[in-house]
Design a protein around this ligand. Sequence first.
Ligand SMILES: Nc1ncnc2c1ncn2[C@@H]1O[C@H](COP(=O)(O)OP(=O)(O)OP(=O)(O)O)[C@@H](O)[C@H]1O
Ligand SMILES: [Mg+2]
Length: 292
Amino acid sequence: MVTRVATVAFEGIEARAVDVQVQIIPGSVQFAVVGLPDKAVAESRERVRGALIASGLALPAKRITVNLAPADLPKEGSHYDLPIALGVMAAIGAIPADALGGYCVLGELALDGTITAVNGVLPAAIAAGARGLGLICPAPCGPEAAWAGGDLDVLAPRSLIQLANHFKGSQVMARPEPAVAASAGPLPDLRDIKGQEGAKRALEIAASGGHNLLMNGPPGAGKSMLAARLPSILPPLTPRELLDISMIQSVAGELRGGALSTRRPFRQPHHSASMAALVGGGCHFQQTLRLI
Ligand SMILES: Nc1ncnc2c1ncn2[C@@H]1O[C@H](COP(=O)(O)OP(=O)(O)OP(=O)(O)O)[C@@H](O)[C@H]1O
Ligand SMILES: [Mg+2]
């Protein structure tokens, strides 16, 4: 029999559906992960084995095959540990076979069976909601997942044992609450700028009308200083903007403790920086370019 667990693969901030299929059959003792896994995914075998043993579950002395479908989509990251472990647990009867049907699962495992934080929980939660599924994610990421909507069923366990107890009904977990990061001090203020009345007026018009600004002037004229003060006169983030910005921060691993920041992001790359220096190179270059 094949046990299936839903999870995701990230393409930029897009969470694509991935199906983790676990099959345990008689044969030579083996634990294989197939379906274009990268090094971190291939190594998840060892973390899953260690976490299951630490949780009091021994892997059966049989042939365990894990397939990550679709097989032609590259899988990277450590968030496949938890869906693989839960697939094995369901296959050996440690949790009810039908318990996982309604959930999308992501999380990394430590060798002692605790579930550690991963990137991209917010886009995964939104994708799970769109597919009509709930989400199982690490406890530190629970507040982030809770932002995806009040009707999304979110389970944020600390360990495999806590999750198994939840499914058995002996220790039912509460839904995590969405969290907002405490403000990191006041934003730079327009009143710091001496004179420059024309430039300040241009800044206000651009902010209220949502226009682009081109700043031109000699070094030290205050261009960067003016630009850094623009977020302070922009309106608060709309819920849609907050989600868009937070999804990027989530995939980049910049959300501290799963709390979303209501502060408008401000970047100041140098004007002579090349496109590759701005958005990074490597195999994700094209993906990143598509995002911006
Ligand atoms: N109108 C101003 N009021 C107060 N301080 C100013 C003003 N203009 C410039 N400064 C001071 O000069 C510093 C340099 O300004 P800033 O870095 O904004 O210049 P810039 O136009 O961006 O220069 P560059 O072209 O070299 O990037 C500021 O950090 C600020 O301390
Ligand atoms: Mg400057």
